[in-house]
Design a protein. Structure first.
Length: 290
């Protein structure tokens, strides 16, 4: 595309400069018409047509089945990402997406060198899933499932964003993609599937008493909310608030206490009136859930 755009620019702009600056007044009106028709219409059409043909020829490979890698459902929600590994075919939280498997949030693990099928949807507004280093952006649309196949070729950590304006916290709706070996990927998913490491204590009691379980799930406990992110292994994630803050106990407490200040537009209410002892206990408990 860069080569095609350069060729069009050189011919259209270059010839225009040549006839108006280098050789002013030396070309007839008929020559100008030829320049417009051949340089401004025919040549760009041929170049763009060739690029279109080349791009369409690549599409079957992008749509080919992902027989080797996992099947992952991702729901874009204001303003975070619900990630579900190993899904089946029944309706999920995003209404159009399948459910089942192991749920996480704001981090996507992929095995290197394997074709992985990603199913994209949304329960609220249009978002757009974009990991520039791995694939082009694809919209998540309410009531519809968009399918993409990713095949990362090297291990590493790659940043992703929402690339479609979706509300006040749109610019703070990031996520991370961790491309790992098959063994490391399997180990991570197995760890995600396990119940919470700590299922009792003052922090858990404060979590339940203040209504957090109405929105969040912590598997292995009575917390089974489906509105917000699954927190079963929240401490294993590198960030808080969809890439907003590094994962620390102090930042967990800050986010719970001043949610709307830290991330304006977020739909989670702030617990600024919570006693500090309870706030610190909840943050400490969540920090013990790797």
């Amino acid at each position: 595309m860069l080569a095609g755009a350069t060729a069009i620019w050189i011919l259209v702009v270059g010839l225009s400069v040549f006839v108006t600056v280098v050789k002013p007044g030396r070309f007839s009106e008929r020559a100008g018409v030829h320049l417009i028709v051949w340089g401004g219409c025919v040549f760009p059409t041929v170049v763009l047509g060739a690029l279109l043909w080349y791009g369409l020829a690549l599409m079957p490979g992008f749509r080919a089945p992902a027989d080797e890698g996992p099947r992952i459902a991702i729901s874009g929600e204001r303003f975070w990402w619900r990630v579900n590994y190993g899904v089946d075919g029944t309706p999920g939280v995003a209404k159009s997406l399948p459910r089942g498997g192991t749920e996480s949030a704001n981090e996507l693990w992929l095995p290197v060198g394997k074709r992985t099928e990603i199913l994209l949807g949304s329960p609220d507004v249009i978002h757009s899933f974009w990991v520039p280093s791995i694939a082009g952006k694809t919209d998540t649309i309410p009531g519809r499932v968009n399918r993409i196949v990713l095949e990362p070729t090297r291990e590493g950590v790659f940043n992703g964003v929402c690339a479609e304006f979706c509300g006040e916290a749109h610019a703070q709706m990031g996520f991370r993609v961790i491309v790992a070996s098959q063994a490391d990927f399997d180990a991570r998913i197995a760890a995600e599937a396990a119940p919470a490491a700590v299922t009792s204590g003052p922090g858990y009691d404060a979590f339940m008493a203040n209504g957090c379980a109405g929105c969040h799930t912590v598997r292995g406990t009575e917390a089974a909310g489906r509105v917000g992110p699954d927190l079963t292994h929240v401490a294993a994630r590198a960030t808080i608030g969809a890439g907003l803050l590094p994962m620390t106990t102090e930042n967990l407490a800050l986010f719970i206490h001043s949610t709307g200040h830290v991330k304006p537009g977020v739909e989670m209410p702030a617990f600024s009136a919570l006693p500090k002892t309870e706030l610190d206990a909840i943050a400490a408990w969540l920090g013990d859930l790797p």
